[in-house]
Design a protein around this ligand. Structure first.
Ligand SMILES: Nc1nc2c(c(=O)[nH]1)N[C@H]1C(S)=C(S)[C@@H](COP(=O)(O)O)O[C@H]1N2
Ligand SMILES: [Mo]
Length: 239
């Protein structure tokens, strides 16, 4: 049960086609506002940072949710190595562009490649995670092999899959879903039961596998950890 539109827009197609993603060699390019652009091999990243397990809630903007045991490392560790300049206020994540591996990139459901972004203080928050595995194994293609972003207090679409580039930038970047439907998908996309999607309520969610809907928690339950990032911001306006 996945969302990975480059592999198909149904929930089951990504798992059927995920094997097409070639995960080695895999290079992450880091560009923009940093001391020196970097070209990092995925196995170097694993050697530098190791892998820890994090069990996080995952809440899709479509109002379904799961609990997932990820394997990976904090994005903050990687950003510290990158030495961004003081002009770096945001960071973007660009994901794989290759219709041979991602056949639904032949379609125009979204503008490709899929791009997401975070404010730099969100990106360096200790909960923000680069996942390379789940359930103790390497990520399957459908979950964003070989590495993807996980931001547990935001709607799932902020967590770009199969990331190939990080770019430090000065201004708020354009992001894929925000560009596609700005009234429906904000840049911030913090999980918020009080701000409904124009076409459905965000007050509750269907945990996959459960019968009764659950109440959705502010910031997906990570309020104590992250609410201070948004002090003084009108979260209805910056949804
Ligand atoms: N490249 C890419 N990343 C993506 C998506 C996508 O379509 N393409 N879908 C997003 C959405 S909407 C969600 S809910 C999560 C789903 O992650 P999961 O399938 O690993 O649970 O991935 C996000 N990352
Ligand atoms: Mo989603």
């Amino acid at each position: 049960y996945n969302n990975y539109y480059e592999l198909g827009t149904s929930k089951s197609e990504p798992a059927r086609l995920g094997f097409r993603i070639k995960t080695r060699p895999w290079t992450l390019h880091v560009t923009g506002e940093l001391e020196t652009p970097l070209t990092l091999d995925i196995d170097t990243l694993i050697r530098w940072f190791g892998l820890e397990e994090r069990v996080y809630r995952m809440r899709c903007v479509e109002a379904w949710s799961m609990v997932i045991p990820w394997l990976g490392f904090p994005l903050a560790d990687l950003i510290a190595r990158c030495k961004p300049t003081s002009r770096a206020k945001y960071v973007t994540f660009t994901t794989l562009l290759d219709p041979e591996q991602l056949p639904n990139q032949e379609s125009r459901v979204l503008p490709w490649p899929y791009v997401e972004g975070l404010r730099i203080d969100e990106a360096t928050h200790p909960l923000t995670f680069i996942a390379l595995g789940l359930y103790g194994s390497p990520l399957p293609g459908q979950n964003g092999a070989p590495l993807r972003l996980v931001v547990p207090w935001k709607y799932g679409f902020k967590g770009g899959k199969s990331v190939v580039q990080m770019r430090f930038v000065e201004n708020e970047p354009e992001t894929t879903w925000n560009r596609a439907a700005p009234d429906e998908y904000g840049f911030y996309a913090n999980v918020n039961p009080l701000v409904d999607h124009p076409r459905w309520s965000q007050a509750s969610e269907r945990r996959i596998g459960e019968l009764v809907r659950r109440k959705t928690l502010p910031f997906n339950g990570y309020q104590d950890e992250v609410a201070s990032l948004y002090q003084g911001m009108d979260l209805k306006r910056y949804f």
